[in-house]
Design a protein around this ligand. Structure first.
Ligand code: AHM
Ligand code: MG
Length: 338
């Protein structure tokens, strides 16, 4: 790429030429990107903040009973403060907040709803491994008087923008507005995100899987069969060897898949049969599934396309299988044979 294209320019051109980013949505995405820059700075500081170190736990739990890290809370506040005054949003929802956050009435209300996991992969914060922010944007239903939680309960196919920012060796923002997937890396000298890839594609086949193998004894038959066949390698029914990766940050695992293919699974398992899975539908699975589909991959809970699931509550969980299309279809086929 001879000339560097900033995220701002990319969004302006998308708005001008393709016409599918209204100005309020463009503003929203710029604000989210700016918040991600601030989170990236905090992540980089690590223990250097002294008494204000961002490492460690905050001494509280979120609505899902998970211990909150200091950085979970900092990232949540950064996203809210950056987004509440711009006039582009009606409300926000986050993994770290029980209910929705309605834009205070001292600010103008916009027509969009923003959902996020402010700091995904929290268990990796203190050990200096990649983490990220995931976000999903919906539109307020038309003719709606006053925003409430029900307005958020839209299937993922109705998202108007989705993305994540991975804080790894580089800070990279990955975005879709329904016209393919674009990647931007933060140029710290310039202070801006620069386009590095405009039309990300995932190869339909892969020889790499990502799953937490320590849960193997709890898996359901179709997942077990798929992984057993991968592990059998060249001598097994697949006739090829597979490699395994598990970062324990969905953002980093999905980023790898967008870069070089693969399949990611966090399936339902028998430990808590009433729990659909570990990951959250609305601000983890939906945005990631849309990105993966936009790059030519597939995403399912084993029985249904994730983007078609009608959510019934904000913090709903879901079983996730996503990545290279042919592999995801194979696992789905194993579920159908149950
Ligand atoms: P978090 O949102 O509390 O960080 O949890 C979600 C994370 C995902 O990023 C990752 O895929 C998964 O939890 C890892 O779980 P496990 O530690 O069970 O392997
Ligand atoms: Mg998460």
């Amino acid at each position: 790429m001879s000339q560097k294209i900033s995220l701002t320019r990319y969004l302006v051109e998308q708005q001008r030429m393709e016409g599918h980013i209204p100005s309020q949505l463009r503003l929203l995405l710029e604000v989210v990107a700016r918040a991600c820059k601030r989170i990236s700075q905090a992540v980089n500081k690590g223990a250097l903040g002294g008494e204000n170190s961002i490492l460690g736990t905050a001494g509280s739990e979120n609505v899902q009973g998970e211990v909150q890290k200091k950085l979970d809370i900092i990232a949540n506040e950064v996203l809210i403060e950056a987004n509440e005054w711009g006039g582009h949003l009606a409300a926000m929802a986050s993994e770290e907040m029980d209910g929705i956050y309605v834009v205070p009435n001292r600010y103008p209300q916009g027509e969009y709803l923003l959902l996020f996991d402010p700091l995904d992969g929290s268990s990796n914060i203190d050990v200096n491994v990649s983490i990220g922010t995931i976000f999903s944007v919906l539109k307020m239903p038309e003719d709606d008087r006053g925003v409430d939680e029900g307005d958020f309960l839209q299937p993922g196919r109705q998202q108007v923008a989705a993305g994540y920012c991975v804080y790894g060796p580089q800070t990279t923002l990955v975005l879709t507005v329904g016209d393919g997937v674009a990647m931007f890396t933060l140029d710290r000298e310039q202070g801006s995100f620069v386009l590095i890839e405009e039309n990300v594609r995932i190869s339909p086949d892969t020889q790499e899987f990502a799953i937490n193998m320590s849960n193997m004894r709890h898996w359901d038959e179709p997942v077990r069969r798929y992984i057993d066949e991968c592990l059998a390698g060249q001598e097994g029914p697949r006739g090829k060897n597979f490699n395994m990766r598990w970062v324990a940050s969905m953002v980093a695992d999905v980023h790898r898949i967008l870069c070089r293919g693969g399949i990611f699974m966090y399936p339902w398992d028998k430990r808590e049969p009433d729990k659909a899975g570990k990951l959250r539908l609305m601000y983890e699975a939906n945005p990631m599934s849309w990105l993966i589909e936009q790059a030519g991959g597939a995403a399912t809970n084993g029985h249904q396309r994730i983007l078609d699931i009608q959510p019934t509550k904000l913090h709903e969980r879901v079983s996730v299988i996503l990545g290279s299309k042919n592999e995801v279809e194979r696992v789905t086929g194993y579920h159908a044979k149950l």
